[in-house]
Write a protein of this length. Structure first.
Length: 83
């Protein structure tokens, strides 16, 4: 991350940077399952101060390529970046 090296999903999986790799056709469904399984079970873990909009913006900026793949499918052109 500090060196700004981009990894393919296969390289990231091999280096244990990511936990899973899925074909583009399964990506949304599998991501949804992983997200649901990661939700807290305890009522003590309420999300009173959680801002869904802020979280979405942060994740979209951090993971632009993954966001675009989930939203638009395979995208060949480079994304517009605010950085």
């Amino acid at each position: 991350v500090l060196m700004a090296k981009k990894y393919t999903s296969r390289e990231a999986l091999t280096r244990s940077i990511i936990d899973h790799e899925f074909p583009i056709e399964e990506l949304y469904d599998q991501a949804f399952k992983l997200a649901v399984n990661g939700l807290p079970e305890s009522a003590a873990m309420k999300l009173d101060y959680f801002s869904p909009k802020g979280y979405t913006e942060i994740k979209t900026e951090l993971y632009t390529d993954a966001y675009r793949a989930l939203k638009f499918g395979r995208v060949e052109d480079l994304p517009h970046c605010r950085l």
